[in-house]
Design a protein around this ligand. Sequence first.
Ligand code: G16
Length: 607
Amino acid sequence: MNTSSRASACPLKGGGGSMKACTCRCSAAAVASSSVQIADHLGGSNMVKVTTVKTKPYADQKPGTSGLRKRVTVFQQNQHYAENFIQSIISVIEPAERQAATVVVGGDGRFFMKEAIQLIVQIAAANGIGHLVIGQNGIMSTPAVSCVIRKVKAVGGIILTASHNPGGPNGDFGIKYNISSGGPAPEGITDKIFEISKTLQEYQICPELKADLAKIGKQIFEVDTFKPFTVEIVDCVDAYAEMLREIFNFAALKELLSGANHINVRLDAMHGVVGPYVKKIVCEELGSPSNSAVNCVPQEDFGGHHPDPNLTYAADLVNTMKGGEYEFGAAFDGDGDRNMVLGKNGFFVNPSDSVAVIAANFTSIPYFQKTGVKGLARSMPTSGALDNVAKALQMQLYETPTGWKFFGNLMDAGKLSLCGEESFGTGSDHIREKDGLWAVLAWLSILAARKQSVEEIMKDHWQKFGRNFFTRYDYEEVDSDAANKMIKDLETAMFDPSFVGKKFSSGDKTYEVAVSDNFAYTDPVDGSVSKNQGLRMIFSDGSRIIFRLSGTGSAGATIRLYIDSYEKDPQKIYQDPQVMLAPLIDIALKVSQLQEKTGRTGPTVIT
Ligand code: G16
């Protein structure tokens, strides 16, 4: 579509072009009618001016595991900090492509999101982007952004979220760029964004331009040099719900949730973005009672809590589930891509097991019946539960570094259908992000098909495939220097040639080191290599101790310790993971000297 046809298509512009901003429900090409309203956001001025602002580069805008995450105060108090990063993102879109380009924008509702979205509108307009699609009031979950990017064939999307990190004026904020596949930008692109940010001397902005984020429909602006510029505000649920209807059997889910023999579910949106999705899809459409979904109004500070669906931060849900009133429970994170699944009486499904169960029951999901399962994948620290299913079903299994972005290439190449991570992420190739509500509907589809409880399904799975006992210890906000030194010292010890073959004992258990390395990944599609992805000690029985530094924290360093150990003896598979793994945890702490080197006597979170 060329720009002149778009401009003349708007009835408000006529031939004269005197009106600078209009809102209409029509497409810019096919014009609607009398419902068209004028909304002049520009106080009657004729043209939105592009201004060039001098700035100084920041050295710390390197995107982490999933975008740039910092304290809100860093974005608020450092002059041009957010503007610089937004300009660096837009700069990776080729200038020649910008006028025809659509960029999707959405966020998890956290503090500072709306200000950041207005900056994106102003900077996108000034850089010649033709069209923005934005969730109403800025709200759109991460999986929905991925879905919309793919649906409208956008060049990419910008997501305002710090995921599961707390929000509010003293909490965290984040900006993440996704590419045209709908997935997080791969390292090649995030590196480019970082390079641009390190030398940025100026950015372009239309300071007087302001979009009405509340009003569904299109707002068309005339921008100096580049015109017109369209901001389209959309319902945040519609496209995503339409996609889920194609993936799942909604009639069967409706029967499960509201039929004669329905089950009771409890879904906790934790005041994050997923509330409106749960309400519309699970309650209104699938008939679950409205009180089965709680904390469904997104709040800027997530009600003062961590919107993090794990046993520590979703304690309310865990306690409610322990009461025995509900057969199925789930919690979501701030931006709706993570999930935690619980059964009756608070039975916990470890995320590493969750993806394995979905894989083993893939025929319960109509989407997989149609497409088949092309391959499975997990991140390196995720337990080997999925590997056991892959082996039994003779499917290809890929082991990638931590970060959903590594799954995208495999999906685009038709090698991967279903994947998951220990960090409460589960998803498939229906989009290019992990998807919390998708995972919940996948589990409910399995419950509907098997007519068993969550606990029965899980125990049955362990009986059949054996069990990977897994735990993760998080040490949050550790002094960065101390954390880096601990990891460095450990790596030095592990790389000593005598380390392999060493025996470590704790209690009556002895483990012999078979492999010790720093995980490196060569992408099988494009050959790109990602090094230093985590220190691994793999023992002769297959048990693993893994240490890595998180890439999603915003203050200090977070050390993650992961333990994975397989057990196939049916007599032992129901034991408490913390008891089963105690010797390996003890060995990990001794070998790393974590406590001595960081001063931490215990983890912040245990999963
Ligand atoms: C992000 C990534 C995930 C990763 C997680 C934890 O999730 O998308 O792939 O597993 O961070 O990463 P780290 O261990 O480096 O903190 P989210 O939900 O935070 O965007």
